[in-house]
Design a protein around this ligand. Structure first.
Ligand SMILES: [Zn+2]
Ligand SMILES: [Zn+2]
Length: 287
């Protein structure tokens, strides 16, 4: 158990340095080989997006200082959850917990598109007029807290091992930085990676203004759930250069890239441009 205690003691440090390293790498890659031209000055968007990130990190640290790994340890100490009740080999518990957490986040993402009140919150992520590494960090604080609750419930129900929870948190965090990257990569590498994980070209489709494209590619780390549940879309119809990023009804840069207007958005606007119907279930036309 020494390994796990070591992991938890240094969890914050591991996560911070991994985060800073991957962020710097993606930011450099975006300068060296950008995928699209940005529509707004980078400084303006980055100030707002990183401001929201700082707010979220502070909020989570204050409200839930031990986070999901701490929850996994507490669950283990009380012998709660499926894997603490069953004598399952550790590697099996690790792999199943990782997969289940990733699936839970996929289901959560679909719910944040389908349920109108949740869609208002998640829409803040989508009104960004550009798509780059900082887009992967801008989520409404209420969405962050709800997401943490969903992860807590999943960790407790499963009795997920702390090491699996830490591995998943890293994958989710670093995966979001990677798959929001405004980066160009060789088609062969994209194809290879996409067989397993969500790549920037795959997730960018989900940031399209086109309803069918917005309602596809909900995955945040593993690319398998969208293929399994029929929501996978390989590319935007207009192509990555010509596609429009964002949502239909909110395109004012002072709102889309403004710290306070962004946070106020869910309380001011309905998510009418977030079509809740499944792409395959078209609403009948009015007679
Ligand atoms: Zn979304
Ligand atoms: Zn996104």
């Amino acid at each position: 158990m020494d390994t796990i205690h070591f992991l938890v003691d240094t969890e914050a440090a591991i996560r911070f340095f991994a985060f800073a390293g991957v962020f710097a790498l993606m930011a450099a890659w975006e300068v060296a080989a950008p995928r699209r031209a940005l529509s707004l000055p980078k400084g303006r968007r980055w100030r707002a997006n990183l401001g929201v990130t700082l707010l979220n990190v502070t909020l989570v640290r204050v409200l839930f200082p031990t986070a999901t790994v701490g929850m996994a340890l507490a669950t283990e100490a009380r012998q709660w959850g499926l894997f603490n009740a069953l004598a399952v080999p550790a590697p099996v518990a690790f792999v199943v917990s990782f997969l289940a957490l990733d699936l839970a986040i996929w289901i959560q993402h679909v719910a944040f598109h389908r349920v109108p009140l949740l869609a208002r919150l998640h829409r803040m992520h989508h009104v960004d007029l550009d798509f780059d590494v900082t887009t992967g960090l801008r989520f409404h604080p209420v969405e962050i807290v709800l997401s943490l609750m969903i992860k807590f419930v999943t960790v407790i129900a499963l009795g997920a091992p702390a090491a699996a929870v830490l591995a998943f948190e890293l994958a989710l965090n670093l995966g979001s930085l990677f798959n929001h990257g405004n980066v160009r990569m060789p088609a062969g590498l994209d194809r290879l990676l996409r067989a397993f994980i969500v790549t920037p070209d795959m997730h960018r489709v989900h940031h399209s203004i086109v309803p069918e494209e917005l309602n596809s590619n909900f995955g945040f780390f593993l690319s398998w759930w969208d293929r399994l549940f029929g929501t996978y879309r390989a590319a935007p119809r207009a192509g990555h250069d010509a596609m429009t990023i964002g949502v239909r009804d909110t395109r004012d840069p002072s709102v889309c890239a403004g710290f306070w207007p962004m946070l106020a958005l869910p309380f001011r606007e309905r998510a009418d441009d977030f079509p809740c119907a499944r792409p395959t279930m078209q609403r009948p036309a009015n007679p």
